[in-house]
Design a protein around this ligand. Structure first.
Ligand SMILES: Nc1ncnc2c1ncn2[C@@H]1O[C@H](COP(=O)(O)OP(=O)(O)O)[C@@H](O)[C@H]1O
Ligand SMILES: [Mg+2]
Length: 361
């Protein structure tokens, strides 16, 4: 029997718990004339959820991972390549003639890939090309099947090129047949982009915060799968969720390990604790590296968080020092803020507890 848990990449079908309400909401927004910004810490399931929504809507979509885009020119190329994949070339020919700079299009029949470049290319033409490409997206889009542009890891736009956000916003606001979804992981940065009056994307779309998966829903998902291999599936499922606090990625990771321990390693007792130990050992080197890279203040903050204490309530550290440390740790992915601040990775938390808070004698 195949391990029914999956972590790391986008999940679909049987690996996906339903998130029905969120799914319906995204579909409704996409059926309107609005844009959506979906914000959560990393690995909460944004990409998986949005891909599920656009597939359910059966609408054409273009997925752009801003982490892998290096310049304005690169962004234009990727968008145009996606349009060429979505629509047959013969329908596009006429529209491509409207481009102020003519693109060269080459296809590789072996890999089925399409590559575009703009000649002659000059930096000054950058904005014009992006404008023409997005205009093309709008033109091929139809009222009934509006194209959905998905910008994944959108906060990276700030790193790509100065003022790209301004340019993009300027162009997008003129397009009337495109819906956009902006996904972002670094919460404070995404909020700055959409909630700061000075930002070009201020109130450009509806903002949705994606939460962890509700406990009952996740419990059912785990229980259904564990009940096929053990009689203790209910207590095992509860224990897993207790450790991971329903974090989508870490829950799937631990469930995968527990399932493996039961099914293949034939561990009968304390299986969840043993699986946790295995995960901590597997990541020991990474955790050590993380730790070495933290400064003294941040280490102190992490130790307090690992003990469930609030770094903001310490007598020996000023509130502003603790606050900037928490912000830094959140930005770098070590901590997350939901109702309170907590360590992002429950196994790193245990590693800290074992190695630093209860030193071995
Ligand atoms: N709806 C879901 N049901 C079950 N597991 C999920 C779900 N969404 C996400 N996950 C888990 O979280 C991991 C990260 O999901 P992903 O969509 O890549 O998150 P994000 O885009 O927020 O970083 C997935 O590999 C999977 O293990
Ligand atoms: Mg993602």
């Amino acid at each position: 029997m195949k391990n029914p848990f999956k972590f790391g990449t986008v999940v679909e079908e049987e690996f996906f718990t339903d998130r029905q309400e969120e799914l319906q909401y995204i579909c409704r927004v996409m059926d309107s004339e609005n844009h959506l910004a979906l914000i959560s810490p990393r690995r909460f399931g944004k990409s998986s959820l949005v891909l599920k929504a656009v597939k359910q809507l059966k609408r054409p979509y273009i997925l752009l991972n801003m982490q892998s885009i290096t310049s304005t020119k690169d962004l234009s190329n990727r968008i145009l390549e996606s349009v060429l994949k979505l629509y047959p070339m013969k329908n596009l020919k006429v529209l491509l003639r409207n481009f102020r700079i003519v693109p060269t299009i080459s296809t590789n029949p072996m890999t089925d890939s399409i590559e575009v470049s703009f000649n002659p290319f000059s930096k000054e033409n950058n904005d014009m090309i992006l404008e023409d490409v997005l205009q093309l997206v709008n033109e091929v889009s139809t009222e009934k099947k509006r194209i959905i542009l998905i910008f994944d890891e959108f906060q990276e736009i700030k790193e790509i090129e100065k003022d790209l956000d301004k340019k993009l916003r300027g162009i997008l606001q003129l397009q009337d047949k495109i819906n956009c979804i902006f996904l972002g992981s670094q919460e404070s940065m995404m909020e700055e982009i959409f909630n700061d009056k000075k930002s070009p994307f201020y109130h450009f779309g509806l903002i949705m915060q994606l939460k962890r998966i509700p406990e009952d829903e996740f419990f059912q998902f785990l229980n259904e799968r564990f009940s096929k291999i053990t009689t203790q599936s209910e207590s095992i499922s509860r224990e897993i969720l207790h450790v991971t606090h329903c974090h989508p990625y870490y829950t799937q990771q631990l469930a995968f390990q527990v399932w493996d321990a039961i099914q293949y390693q034939k561990i009968a007792n304390d299986v969840v604790s043993q699986a946790i130990e295995q995960l901590i050992q597997m990541h020991d080197l990474d955790f050590e590296r993380f730790w070495i890279n933290l400064n003294k203040t941040d280490r102190n903050t992490m130790m307090l968080l690992a003990q469930g204490k609030s770094p903001m309530m310490q007598r020996d550290t000023s509130t502003s020092t603790s606050f900037s440390s928490l912000k830094r740790l959140t930005r770098n992915g070590y901590a997350i803020k939901t109702d309170t601040y907590e360590i992002e990775d429950p196994f790193f938390q245990r590693w800290i507890q074992q190695n630093l808070l209860q030193p071995k004698i």
